[in-house]
Design a protein around this ligand. Structure first.
Ligand code: HEC
Length: 140
C-alpha cells in the first residue's frame, strides 16, 4: 500500500515537472529580462518614439535666454552685461549687431562669454535671435 502510494506520488511529481516546469522556466526567463531595452533614435524599434529634447522647431529666444544665458546675464557674473541694463549694453550695442552675433556664437574675451553661451545645441540662428532678444531689452 505504502509502496504504491509512493509510486503514485513520484509519478505525479514527474508529470508536474514536465509542462509546469517549462512554464516556471519561462517565468524565470521573463523575470531575468533587462528592465528596459535601448532604442536608438532612427532605429525601427524607435518609430513613433518621442525623444525628449529632440528638436521640434527653432527654440524661442526667451527660452534659450532663460535656460542658458540668464545664469550669467541676470546677475552679471564676470561682468556679463545684465539683461535690460542700458549702461552695460551701450558700448556693446555700439559695436553693431553683427559683432554681438559673432560673440554670441563663438564666445568673447577668451571664453569669459562662452561659445553659444553654453547652449551647445543651439543653431547660429537661435543664438542670433537670442542676442536680438537681449539687445531689444535695452532698445528705447
Ligand atoms: C558663463 C556665463 C555666461 C553665459 C552662460 C552667457 N554669457 Fe554672454 N557674456 C558673459 C560675459 C562674462 C560677457 C562679457 C564678456 C566681456 O566683455 O569680457 C558676456 C557678453 C555677452 C555678449 C556681448 C559680447 C560683446 O561682444 O560685447 C553677448 C551678445 C552675449 N554675452 C550673449 C549671450 C547669450 C545669447 C547667451 C546664452 C545663449 C549668453 N551670453 C550666455 C557670460 C556669459
Amino acid at each position: 500500500m505504502l509502496k504504491s502510494l509512493l509510486a503514485l506520488l513520484s509519478l505525479s511529481a514527474a508529470l508536474l515537472a514536465g509542462p509546469a516546469g517549462a512554464a516556471v522556466e519561462d517565468q524565470i526567463a521573463a523575470r531575468l529580462q533587462p528592465a528596459g531595452t535601448v532604442c536608438v533614435f532612427g532605429q525601427a524599434c524607435a518609430q513613433g518614439l518621442k525623444v525628449p529634447g529632440a528638436p521640434t522647431g527653432p527654440k524661442a529666444p526667451e527660452d534659450v535666454y532663460n535656460t542658458y544665458c540668464q545664469a550669467c546675464h541676470a546677475t552679471g557674473v564676470n561682468n556679463s552685461p545684465i539683461l535690460g541694463n542700458a549702461e552695460a549694453w551701450a558700448p556693446r550695442i555700439a559695436k553693431g549687431i553683427d559683432a554681438l552675433y559673432e560673440s554670441g556664437i563663438n564666445g568673447y574675451n577668451n571664453g569669459a562669454m562662452p561659445p553659444r553661451g553654453t547652449c551647445v545645441d543651439c543653431t547660429d540662428d537661435e543664438i542670433k535671435a537670442t542676442v536680438d532678444y537681449m539687445a531689444a531689452a535695452v532698445a528705447q
